[in-house]
Design a protein around this ligand. Sequence first.
Ligand code: 26Q
Length: 855
Amino acid sequence: MSEKSFQGNFPAPGQSTDELAEIKGAILAKLRLAIGKDVGMATRHDWYKAAALALRDRIVHHWLTAEKQSYDAGAKRVYYLSLEFLIGRLFTDALNNMGLLPVFEAALGDLGVDLADLRKCEPDAALGNGGLGRLAACFMESMATLAIPAIGYGIRYDFGLFRQIIAEGWQQEYPDEWLSFGNPWELQRPEVVYHVHFGGSVERVEANGRDRTIWHPAETVQAVAYDTPIVGWRGQHVNALRLWSARSPDPLKLDVFNSGDYLGASAEEARAESICKFLYPNDESPAGRELRLRQEYFFVSASLQDLIQRHLTSDGQLRGLASKAAVQLNDTHPSLAVAELMRILVDLHNFRWDEAWKITVATLSYTNHTLLPEALETWPVELFERLLPRHLEIIYRINVAHLALADARCPGDIDFRASVSLIDEKSGRRVRMGQLAFVGSHRINGVSAMHSDLMKETVFHDLNHLYPGRITNKTNGITFRRWLMLANPKLTGLLREVCGDAVLDDPTQLKHLEARASDNAFQQKFRAVKYHNKIALARLIGERLNIHVDPAALFDVQIKRIHEYKRQLLNILETIALYQSIKDDPQRDWVPRVKIFAGKAAASYRYAKLIIKLINDVAEIVNNDPAIGGRLKVAFLADYNVSLAEVIIPAADLSEQISTAGMEASGTGNMKLALNGALTIGTLDGANIEIRDHVGPENIAIFGMEAMDVVVRRKQGLDATDVIRRSPKLSRAINAIGSGEFSPDDPGRFASIVHALCYLDHYMVSADFDAYYAAQRGIDARWQVVPAWTRASILNVARMSWFSSDRAIREYARDIWNVPVRGDFAATVGSAWHAARSDSLNRLADSPAIAGSLP
Ligand code: 26Q
């Protein structure tokens, strides 16, 4: 660890007393003038806000400079359209990237305030469900780091993803009032307002010998911009996350005053504002609600109007849009951009259809995040017609040309035609958003090598045939600033010792760890870091769940949304089987394990909520069984979010990535955990495959059926009765669940789970059980050989550099967006920049529990 430690009032190396005084003055000024409090009255939260505002000022300077530079240079911009940005807390992230962590810590310290305490005042911004939303947040940070001029567009939801409370083992949902204490990061832009229209009718008129279409909407909503600055590493570049809030255009119309119809006016207002009220909590299985479609169009329309206005201001005409704007669609949720951009070009700017189409396709690209059939977004044609009549017409017209191409390619093949069509005629006429996004984009990417291959073989097989070369792979990545430096400062300190400070800028420097992987002295330090992180997690588990866990035990972690295909059920079945084995043979030297679960289930997903209950029921029995002697513990941590992940991940020994092969598009938690030294137990699915390729097959535990086996077995239509009969451990575990051993108060509670395991087994839980159980016992054996385990763990860290989101964004920039990126930092910015930071981070890490976010 760096020896350049500084304490209390002494400025950090490289930090002048002037700067310290300036920051102190700035915080005090914010406290008085922006918050309206003096030192004596200020609450912890007031201090947090004052410090955040002082920091924001410094960011804004860089922001304006970056903005001016890219404007003057006429640089091409990336627009990242996403209904989700799962950002988490920004305070220490922004401080760290700005290099201001030490000086802020010192300044606050002088004012008698603990920075680590303030950090906990910030609510966790949960404007996303899971992987897709977190990916958008990592990508925003990497785009800023690589100095790519970019804007993230989304919705400023009044309520983020629900707060999860576990009551008697059941999930309950509560609103996430993340804005109730204000949000110091955002800047409202009252002057940036667009009108977004819905409904009404379409009229055809002839003007100057040309047919024109006029949309007469029935309803108009205003979109108001709120900007949050996103600072890149080393603070050189700042981009905006621009989130739209909805309001009624004219809440107090004159005729309301005259007629006195206040109720009618407020109903209209409520209808408009409902658009940005809340984030849909479904992941993977779309909620086919009208409000959701309204959200999608609302943010697409506002975002396109905004970027087109920006383009027109600098270029004067739209012909060259694609050379100045790259619009990335994060899944199908912004697919309406295809039709909306066509409408803007053709109806509003008089472009000829064919030229408009070329511009549209050259500007847009689309990332697919799932192949699950139930997750592929479609909307009933009638709903479309009622809400977006002109867009439906445009989609029909796109489809005519597209189907003509299909007919030319495969004449007479009606199945081919039906499969590529933008309209699904089989299930009551629906618009297919995936097909729409595909046809309207010049590049379509999957998020791992396997996923991109499967896209070509399955859902997009025929479209790939029709538009060969459009599908490309961009394996996901994660930002190392948040998931290594901030979340695991102790490990970062150790890595800097071994790899040098260059590792902070260039993750490939992690390779220098390899030479030390078997070095006993280094191994000890490495284990000490992990142990330190495990103590922090053990403390959290004790505080929150009143479960005592031993930090020396193997911490086995499965943290992600609860979903059948992610197979938390497989994990808990193995837990039950292990519990039974320990009871059978209590004298054996069982490896002490803590099974740690966290994750939310969609509020309407009853089966997933039942799995949460099962985990908690099993925990209740296992944790309180004296025969186990504490060698097996089960902990379900409620309300999984980014901040909780930041505590769990650095403390994990084992990472559960056990999805049914072929079903997890990529996964990114798998990357975060491996980067922090957890060994993966997983299936050959998503990015697990590439993780294996990088860390080496001897440093990961792969088990179970492969994607092809799954396809074959499903085709055979086998139920699981046979595999259960052949597996005594599995049948005993299922029997225990079915007989009510874990639910004596309601023995039939889990009957539906037992039924699914025996007679359906769609997710191959029963079919994979024995392989998984054996792989887990293999993990036990490896754990007992401490130097070998530590070596594998070190090699995981050493070989994960490729999974940086900087690498992913470089690939997008080169292969999809055609924008330049800034080169490496080490050459441009001196390494002294960073001298004192790791000490500040370390002190933050030592502060107990994380999460105390606002009520
Ligand atoms: C769609 C329509 C209506 C309502 C909700 C939705 C909806 C919302 C969220 C559909 C899907 C999602 C989220 C999907 C998601 O998070 N997918 C994950 O994306 C990660 C980043 O690429 C991958 O690593 C994961 O494998 C994938 O599951």
